[in-house]
Design a protein around this ligand. Structure first.
Ligand code: SIN
Length: 275
């Protein structure tokens, strides 16, 4: 959770809101990130959940290298990729698009058995206005629930499933659309705090409830995570970079710029099985 109390030697960290998001300066992501710098970025990341870096003209190789400083990279089951490299997921919307990637609230590929820990998005081309992305803090979403609701949700599990058929035109999927059962409330492996872990893109049902109960509780939770008090909203510029933690945030990309184009590359960091 944001603390604001940490002092950094190499980077400057300016929170966007008291709840989530911070702008980081004093870093050149076209250069290798050494252990001391990585440690500061990681501390800020755990405190603010999503970090933003401006004016970072990274090459795809530099982007991959920065992502790999956090762990092995994840490959999206179905999305197109750049430069014959499946780890370089293409994020692109233009006048011919019939959908915008990530336009509903979600945590990336939560239907994987081991959903991605983090995502690192480098936007190359922005529309003249619009195309923002919002993130919501899932620690705050859990903490805002009544103790009675927390007690109900704590032991439950939910089925997450994906269906990417038709979503990416004629691009060949990497593998079958995944599905997995995850705790409704997971514990963040670094901060050890509880997080609400259901999202409207991937979560299909709560296993221990009847179909009707599951629908009612999920509808409530999908609405609850969108509370504006849990959110920050970022206005991209060309060469802005965002690093978010999929274990404790959800995000959505606003498609308000049709027929203009918006383009970037996402590198995604593998995670572990939620507990
Ligand atoms: C995504 O990774 O869900 C897309 C986010 C964005 O395009 O801002």
């Amino acid at each position: 959770m944001p603390s604001g109390q940490v002092s950094y030697k190499q980077i400057e960290v300016e929170p966007l809101t008291p709840t989530i998001g911070a702008l980081v300066s004093g870093v050149d992501l076209t250069q290798p990130v050494d252990d001391a710098l990585l440690s500061e970025i990681h501390t800020a990341w755990m405190a603010h959940l999503v970090l933003f870096f401006r004016a970072q003209p990274m090459s795809p190789d530099q982007h991959l290298a920065f992502g790999r400083r956090f762990g092995e990279l994840h490959i999206h089951p179905a999305a197109p990729y750049a430069q014959d490299t499946p780890e370089l997921m293409v994020i692109h919307t233009d006048k011919d698009s019939f959908r915008n990637n990530g336009e509903r609230w979600h945590s990336d590929v939560s239907a994987d058995e081991e959903p991605p820990m983090g995502s690192l998005l480098h936007i190359h081309q922005v529309p003249s206005r619009g195309g923002d992305t919002s993130w919501s803090n899932m620690y705050a979403a859990y903490e805002a629930l009544s103790p009675t609701m927390q007690t109900l949700l704590d032991p439950l599990t939910a089925l997450h499933a994906s269906d990417y058929s038709g979503q990416y035109g004629d691009h060949q999927p990497q593998r079958e659309s995944p599905q997995a059962n995850h705790p409704v409330v997971r514990t963040h492996p670094v901060t050890k705090q509880k997080v609400l872990f259901v999202n409207e893109v991937f979560t299909r049902r709560i296993n221990e409830l009847s179909r009707e109960e599951s629908r009612a509780v999920l509808d409530f939770l999908f609405d609850h995570v969108k509370n504006i008090n849990f959110q920050c909203r970022f206005q991209w510029e060309a060469d802005s970079v965002a690093l978010w933690d999929n274990r404790c945030t959800q995000h959505m990309a606003v498609w308000d710029y049709y027929p203009e184009s918006r383009s970037g590359i996402r590198v995604t960091i593998r995670g572990d099985r939620p507990f």
